[in-house]
Design a protein around this ligand. Sequence first.
Ligand code: NDP
Length: 300
Amino acid sequence: ATRAMIIDGKAFAASLVDRITTATAALIADHGITPGLAVVIVGEDPASQIYVRNKGETTARAGMRSETHRLTDTTSQDELLALVQTLNDDPGIHGILVQLPLPSQIDSSAVLGAIDPDKDVDGFHVVNAGRLAVGLPGLVPCTPLGSTLLLKDRLGDLSGLHAVIVGRSNIVGKPMAQLLLAENCTVTVAHSRSRDLPALCRTADILVAAVGRPETIRGDWIKPGATVIDVGINRVPALDPARAAEGKTRVVGDVAFAEALDVAGAITPVPGGVGPMTIASLLANTYVAACRAHGIVRSA
Ligand code: NDP
């Protein structure tokens, strides 16, 4: 059997960031508009701290204005809502991202719902979910957007392909289904209540794993030659038992990668697949939001 092609999300994301950087320089030179992204983090969650730092650094490197608002984990919902309002009203800020999860005293949906939908670069506002569902221009969640860009780069026209998405969350599974439907795929969305998941997966030309459980999708669940997008980020004990005993960890996806390599046509690795595309898509959304705010028709 031939081995699957490994989709280099890191390289593709770097080229996308390069294109956005060039487009941003042009936006500044031609229109005097610097796209601005505000990232808000509440509390000390270590994974969130890393994500937020990466987002801030990548934004600044692309030539955009980047600001990070760090609030303590005792911040009240009203305080957070007041900050969101200030950012909504700031004409120099085109994108607002509130890093999840939020502490338990804060209702996440109230906060996400308070963000101006045209600045909602995470695409989580119900207005943007609705726009995506009915095919209006809006802002699309970054992880599904990045995953779709990888698929189109690899496969070209996706029309008529059967896509099976495992996972139905509002931030990954559902918007991924909408995007692939818009690309004229036949879409199946599977979840924890689906019957005979392995057989369902074996019908997929495109298999998207957004399960949040390590190595759930096995090699024999994959149709030979299928394109596999592994969205999962799961921290598990290191392979070496001595290192595992010291508490060392490694990151694996939702797909059993080594098994999948012998069956799939192409597959995204974890790390280095979908993850870097998520942050590149955030920059793309911020650039698009800045253009739209000023009525400029361009695309990165
Ligand atoms: P959620 O936990 O919100 O959703 C998981 C989905 O998987 C649910 O719909 C659930 O079904 C389904 N599921 C869980 N167990 C099974 C099972 N055994 N069989 C079939 N379906 C199952 O996760 P997210 O969508 O937020 O994230 C998914 C993964 O992607 C996580 O690993 C997360 O870390 C990663 N992620 C990666 C990002 C990136 O930048 N690369 C960004 C965002 C997430 P049900 O609805 O029935 O409960």
